[in-house]
Structures are given as C-alpha cells and as structure tokens.
Design a protein around this ligand. Sequence first.
Ligand code: PGA
Length: 253
Amino acid sequence: MRTKIIAGNWKMNKTLEESQALITEIRGIVRDEHRGGSKVILCPPFISLASAARLLEGTEIGLGAQNCHFEDSGAFTGEISPLMIKSVGAQFVIIGHSERRQYFGETNEMTFKKAKSAVRNGLKVIFCVGETLQQREDKTFFKVVEAQLNEGLFGLDRKEFANVVVAYEPVWAIGTGLTASPEQAQEMHHYIRKVIATHYTDEIAEETSILYGGSMKPDNAAGLIAQRDIDGGLIGGAALKAREFADIIRAVG
Ligand code: PGA
C-alpha cells in the first residue's frame, strides 16, 4: 500500500506569528478529526520552520521546506542548505516547484543536484513536475514531464529514490481555480508511474506516492483521490485556511 499524503505548500505567506497560529489550529483539528489514513505535511516558509518543528513535536504531522540549495554550506548569500533544514527538525523539502522553475530559473540540472543533496542529508523530497498551458495545448506535456523526471530526478539510484514523492502540478492549474479533471490527472499520474517503472522497477513505481497539485480544494479532492494513481495532494491556497485544509485531509482519508 502506498502512503497517502496531504502536503500544504504555504509559499511566501504568513509571518512567524501567523504561521504559529495556523499550525496550532491545524494541529488541533488534525488531533481531533484525523483518522490516520494519510500523512499530513506542512511546508511553511523557512523563517517559521524552527518554531513549527517545536509546535509539531509529539504529533504525526510532518514538516518540510519549500526549496533548498545543493551545497551544505558556503558563500551563497540568501540560500538555505538541506543540512540546515534537517537541523531545525524538518523531514521534507519541496524541489522543482514550477514557481521556482518559472521565476528563479531553476533547471532540471539544478533540481537533480538539489534532490541528490537533500537525500544525502536525510531529507525526503517532494519533487514537482508539470507542464505549462502552452505545453498542454501543443501536446508536448508527456515529453516535458518525462524530461523533468529523466534529467532532473532519475540520476538518483534506487536507494535514494525511495526517499522521493512525486507531485504532478500542471502549471495552468496552480492558483488559477482551474483543476485538471480527475481523468486528465490520472492519465498523467499513470504515465509518471510507467516512466518510473521503466527507469527503476515495477515494484518501485508501485510504491512511489504521486500527489496531484493545482487548485485542489475540499470539493474536488475526493474525485481526484479516487483515481488509481493519485495518492494525495500538494495544496497551495487551500492550505492557508485550517478548515479547508482539514476538509481536504478528510476527503483523502
Ligand atoms: P494551489 O497551489 O493549490 O494554490 O493551486 C498548489 C501548488 O502550487 O503547490
């Protein structure tokens, strides 16, 4: 059985105080309502990670960063290393989010270095792939996602890859209110699983959790999660409201 995962990507939202309030609220709802059928992960901004780790101590809720550098330390002003992320008590890191690719010039070569370094430092990676609207319309989306995986991730060996969760996030669905239909998402998730099987093994592909991201909400979560190859969600906007986030968790199980 694959692990179902609901991860909240807070992006550049919430001050320290606001994030403490939201984490406390989510922690309470999860404690009271969660039946334990999925792993919940929160990915607040870097500045909140240390305090989030303390607030989440003794709970089953995981903690992740939204990005990392690939070196452990050095003259890289403004950057944060996997070693540092690990040191505050986080267990996960999101790598290759489309906003990083689009606004910060992140390439497949960089995502690979980051993934390698994150795993070496004992973090689990939530690795994002996804096509733009243009690529969906010109029907290159399978090729684009395959290249993101081949060039940006599959350099990891089998043992390293055991620490990876893949998130399919069509860029045209992120923050737009447009969601991929369950069928569109399932088609891509199935494809991603096939590509993983081809590169690694059938067994590894079967065990890899593949999340959907892009305007996932309480009212569309159940339809998405019912698909055979969709194992959870990476939630942006709806993760910033405790009730909405909790309703998505409930829909997933
Ligand atoms: P959204 O963002 O849920 O706001 O569309 C998802 C993401 O970018 O991870």
